[in-house]
Design a protein around this ligand. Sequence first.
Ligand code: HH2
Length: 477
Amino acid sequence: MTTRAVRGGGVSAASFGSLRAGRFRLALDRPRVMGIVNLTPDSFADVGRWLDPAAAIRHCEALCRAGADLIDLGAASTRPDAAPVSAEEEWRRLRPVLRAALALGVPVSVDTTQTEVMRAVLDEGADMINDVHALRAPGALALLAAYPGVAVCLMHMRGDPSTMRAMARYDDVVAEVAGFLRGRIDAARAAGIGADRIVADPGYGFAKRPEHSLELLERQRELRELGVPLLAGLSRKGTLGAITGRPVGERVAASVAAAVIAVEHGASIVRVHDVAETIDALKVWQSVRAGRADGLAPGWAAIGLGANLGDPAPMLGWAVEALSQVPGITLLRWSSLYRSAPVDADGPDYLNAVVLVRSVLTPPELLGVLHEVEQRAGRVRGWRNAPRVLDLDLLLAGDTVLAGADLTLPHPRMHQRRFVLEPLAEIAPDVVIPGIGPVRDSLAMVREQAVQRLTGERPWCGGGGDRAGAPGASGAP
Ligand code: HH2
């Protein structure tokens, strides 16, 4: 083993708050999974499977259903000795799939090295450019600087797919990869690309023999000193074949193990073919990790509850109980009940409350759970502001900011509603609504709205409360 040129350790995975990625801001308070979709005839892992645009689009949808946080579309293979693809052909393969993927509610990244292709996909609305050449093509840096919100992944490699194998020689692979990445990050910053848009990638398998990739993985945390989040792509790669002796199609378990190790060693995003399997493994990792003092910030979320038909108080009590029984959700705190007249509608008064939970579910999964509980309560979705037996809103999921088709975070109207802000401020007085500000400030703006706190009604364990182990009420969760 060689000397360590970059000092490691000490930097917790939670220290990179979030990544700007086009229409999204991706909170990095937990590991993120990027699903690979290769629109190529010759990619090493999924040879030609997604060449047909309709099949590729179905695959993107399946990856999103499985919980992918981002999708990465590639239309030119980077495997050793891959034939070069013209910009026209790359764009022809990308266009129909990119258009459809952009409607899926997750950031869409495009894996390309060609400036013309970057321009075309950025004009179409891509949220991220994943460049295995780290924006070294002429004009690439300036182009990305001109698209201010778009994320970039800068990866280490030497040569190109036809020459890289011969260039796998290092004295200290970690120091040399770190030095290269530092130079590319500096170049990107100097071109005007903000650090909150940049991720760095050691480039597993690119101009690296298995022993280089393994040393990089072992010491990957040292690369966090670069000051940007790390992305790691080991999925189904030759290093895993060298270890297990298995062909590409039989490397799922090895890939999942590598993804978990990459996250444990400081990666914020893992680029994988097997999204569902990786997410399951990371949930296990995260549920252990979340309990450690130096671990990730627990995945907390705030849920608003409301009802104005039937018998609202016991209904809200039932809903809190139902939520607490969902695997992957732990109830942390619950507010008192609040009574208020319906907003912009007639009908009986509402009862509202807010609960804080810790969850290993993604925000879309959490939303799915809320809809399911509403359905079990007999809710019929009528017109906007129609009376309801139970209304469950995902208000906040950590500091996630998201503008998807089905889910917007923070909840778009929460900061204008006293019946949401009062119970939230009761149990999390210092919480900050991302993009809006402290909950107390929002509350001060809506004091004229009539809301009454109920002290007598106790549908659950007391008027408002706190589970053992919940973070102290004076701090943000
Ligand atoms: N690996 C591949 C392609 N693009 N991008 C980043 N940032 N990091 C990687 O490790 C990486 C990447 C190779 O994998 P794949 O896309 O599955 O195969 P191919 O290049 O043959 O299409």
